[in-house]
Each structure stands twice: as structure tokens, then as C-alpha cells.
Design a binder for this molecule. Structure first.
Ligand SMILES: [Zn+2]
Length: 197
């Protein structure tokens, strides 16, 4: 099956790239503050893994909120990085590109700890998959890491330390700010793997 991976250049989607080697990796600049770093990271990761990479732009800054735009969060979530319907949006944009490139399945880097957001739950993946299947193209959605922690996914993927070193996780900036949820999580993972103290 030909797969399109939504590749943000973060740890989880990069691990899935190394693990499942999708036919196409897509990075979307949807207006998030860290878009340039995400594109650079994703491009380098695809180069290392010898995977096809595509970058597309859809400016949705007028629609979002939270850390990724350095705006205040939403009353609907206690998480400062919350951007309403973000995964739904990215999957939809990814599905449009998947149709153009004859990809039958979309892969997303959701892991078990992402359930702090409703669009990071198994229920969401199942519902979104169903929504895609009933439409033209009958695309599938899969989150291969949904039962795994980030560390388990990294081990399973056998991603090299060199490739992992290119990942960008900061939500706020093109340079790791060290202060956001993305940076905290990145540091925690690197510490667990023994790369950082
Ligand atoms: Zn940060």
C-alpha cells in the first residue's frame, strides 16, 4: 500500500518515517511559528532516510490559537499548545495531497501519550479513518504508534541517532526555546535515551 506520512520533523513522525518508509512524506506549513525549522528538519530526515519529501503551504494563522502561534490558549483545553481541530485540518490537507499522488493511506505520528488532546486519541483516529473511507478515494488513516510511548516507538523504528538528532520539537520557535511543552518532551526523551543529562 502506498503511504503518505504527515512528517512534522518531530521525533514521533520521524521515527515512523524510519520504521515504515512511506512512499511520500508531507510537511505542511500551516502558519505555525516553527514551520521553517520543521521543514528543514523534515527535509534533512528524508534525505538521511532517502525518502521522497514534499512541502506544502496553507496559511491558517487566522484560524488557530495557542503556543504554536504564541497566542493565548482556548477555554476548551487546559493545554497551552492546543490548536482546535489541528489534526483534523492536517489530515484533511494531507488527504488532498494523498489523492494527487495516488497514496491509499495516511500515516500520522500520534503516540499513546497524545491522548491529552482529543485529536490524539484512538477514538479520533478511528472516526477520522471512517470519515475518509466513506469519501471518494476511500483513503485510510493509520497511527502506527498509537499503542506505543515515544521511547517504544523510537526503539521499534530503529531510527539512527544521527537522524534523530535532526528532529525539531519546539512549538514556539525555529530555535528550541527550552520552555514549551514540545521542548520539555524532547529533552525528556533525549535524557531517557541517554543523549542528554
Ligand atoms: Zn520550545
Amino acid at each position: 500500500m502506498s503511504d503518505l506520512l504527515l512528517l512534522s520533523g518531530g521525533i514521533e513522525s520521524s521515527a515512523i518515517a524510519a520504521w515504515l518508509r512511506p512512499s511520500l512524506c508531507l510537511t505542511i506549513d500551516y502558519g505555525q511559528l516553527a514551520s521553517q525549522a520543521e521543514i528543514t528538519s523534515a527535509a534533512q530526515i528524508c534525505k538521511e532516510l532517502k525518502l521522497k519529501h514534499l512541502v506544502r503551504k496553507a496559511d491558517t494563522t487566522q484560524f488557530g490559537s495557542g503556543d504554536m502561534l504564541n497566542r493565548k490558549g482556548s477555554v476548551h483545553s487546559e493545554n497551552s499548545e492546543f490548536w482546535p481541530f489541528r489534526n483534523q485540518l492536517l489530515i484533511t490537507l494531507g488527504a488532498m495531497i494523498a489523492m494527487q499522488h495516488d497514496c491509499a493511506r495516511i500515516l500520522i505520528g500520534t503516540v499513546v501519550t497524545d491522548l491529552r488532546h482529543k485529536d490524539g486519541t484512538k477514538d479520533f483516529i478511528v472516526a477520522m479513518n471512517k470519515l475518509l473511507i466513506i469519501q471518494e478515494g476511500k483513503l485510510n488513516l493509520s497511527a502506527p504508534g498509537i499503542e506505543l510511548t515515544s521511547i517504544e516507538l523510537i526503539h521499534k523504528s530503529k531510527i539512527s541517532t544521527g537522524t534523530l538528532g535532526w528532529c525539531h520539537s519546539c512549538h514556539m520557535s525555529n530555535f528550541a526555546c527550552g520552555q514549551c511543552r514540545g521542548c520539555f518532551k524532547h529533552s525528556e526523551i533525549m535524557r531517557t535515551l541517554g543523549y542528554e543529562r
